[in-house]
Structures are given as structure tokens and as C-alpha cells.
Design a protein around this ligand. Sequence first.
Ligand SMILES: C[S@@+](CC[C@H](N)C(=O)[O-])C[C@H]1O[C@@H](n2cnc3c(N)ncnc32)[C@H](O)[C@@H]1O
Length: 246
Amino acid sequence: MSDRTAPAPAAVLVTSRPLDEYCGLFGLTRAAIAALPGPLLDCPGGAAALAAEARPLGCRVIATDPVYARSTEEISARALAARATMAAAMDARPDLYPARRHRPPDRYLRSWDRAHRLFAADRAAHPGQYVAAALPRLPFADGTFALTLSGYLVFAYPALFGPERQLAALTELVRVTVPGGEVRVHPLHDGAGRRTGHLDAVRRALGARRITSEIRTVPSTEETGRPRRVLVLRRVVRPERHGGNG
Ligand SMILES: C[S@@+](CC[C@H](N)C(=O)[O-])C[C@H]1O[C@@H](n2cnc3c(N)ncnc32)[C@H](O)[C@@H]1O
């Protein structure tokens, strides 16, 4: 795998998805989030409302994103720009976005507006839960999180994350997740809907690092409009070695 052919990075949108859309994209429910035995990592968090909306469920979410080095006003400006970009993209390529008859684009984007407002209020109230950091290096100890979600970055922006960087980023997400816990990554295609061609090679390389992978299809929900493919990663747990002669 090589990153040498990667073109210059395109600007990354700072989007603001609500918790219900996260649930639909990653095959989760509110009850499953509430039942997590430890904190959840949202990387990248963008201007999303996962941390804000999971708190009343009793789940602690740490959101991390390099954009958190910026003020909430600057992030809000980027979230509004992302909304405008998405509105134009949904007009231009309706085939790529949730079924219009179930969820008209303006209603869908209003859910982003609400999430963005929740994010801004939550970051003001709980700044410590929004950590400025960039993959492939995260400032968390091994095994910190019970579940890690990574939405709309690693495979969505191949100009920014070529195969080597994807591998490094995925390995890092697994490192900070508890052994036995899952890392879930979506989407497995870029912004134009092109599937990642080298996914099998990335999965083989992860396997060589003792990371298991599976591609799970999660069913369509009102928020997602169609079934989704999610890459699920887990660290292989070494069996305990017993001493003695037995
Ligand atoms: C499309 S948004 C996704 C946000 C959120 N997961 C959602 O679905 O609404 C992509 C985010 O990736 C962040 N980002 C860009 N480079 C990154 C990196 N190297 N590591 C982590 N996040 C990064 C951007 O700042 C942006 O907020």
C-alpha cells in the first residue's frame, strides 16, 4: 500500500450529525449506548451532538477533532458552511443521500442545525469532553474507551487519508479502545460514493497487527435511508499464559 499517488487534500467538512443519525449509521440504539460499561470515543466529533445527547442517557462521550483547537464561533461558521455544501450536494446527487420521499433534505438538514446548537451549548458547559487532536495520534491511554465510533473521515477523504494513513489511524483507534471493545467506522466510500478499492489490503494489514475486522451491514433507518456498511475492528486478546508445569 502506498500514499504516493494521493492528490492534495480536499477541505474536510465540519458536519453536525445528531445522535439518532449516529445510531442509524453505526447500528446502535439509545439503549445500547446507555448500557456501555465505559466511555465512548467520537473521533472525529466535528460539530455533532453525540456527546450532548448521550449524556442524559448516562453515557460519557469524549469527542476529539483537530477543529477543537478553534473557538466554538469558528466551528459554528464551518458547520454552517458544511450544511450549505451538503444541501447543494443533495440537490446535485440525490442518489447518494437518504431517500427523499421519506426524509426531505430540508428536514434532514434541520436535524443537523439542532445538533449543531446542542454541540455549541454542550461544549460551553463541558469543554473537557471536547479534545483537540488529530489522527493518526490520539492523546489517550491504551484501552480507554468501551466503544469508538469514527464517522465520515478515514475512508471518506482519500486525498487526506491514503492507505498508509488509514492503517495508522485505524490502528490508533483500536489502541485507545478496550480489548474486547469495538471500533466502528463508516462510511467505506468517499464523498462521491466510490467504494474504497483497497479495503481488503487494509484489513489484511490490520490482521497482521492482530486486529480482527468484519464488514457489518446495518439496516436502513429513517435517519439513514438505506442499509450501511460498517467496518468493525477488535483487538485480538491474547490468551492468558499460565505458569507451572500443569
Ligand atoms: C465530516 S466531519 C464528521 C464529523 C462527525 N463524525 C459527523 O458525522 O458529523 C469530519 C471531521 O473530521 C475532522 N478531521 C480532519 N482531519 C482530522 C484528523 N486528522 N483526525 C481527526 N479528525 C479530523 C474535521 O475537523 C471534521 O470535523
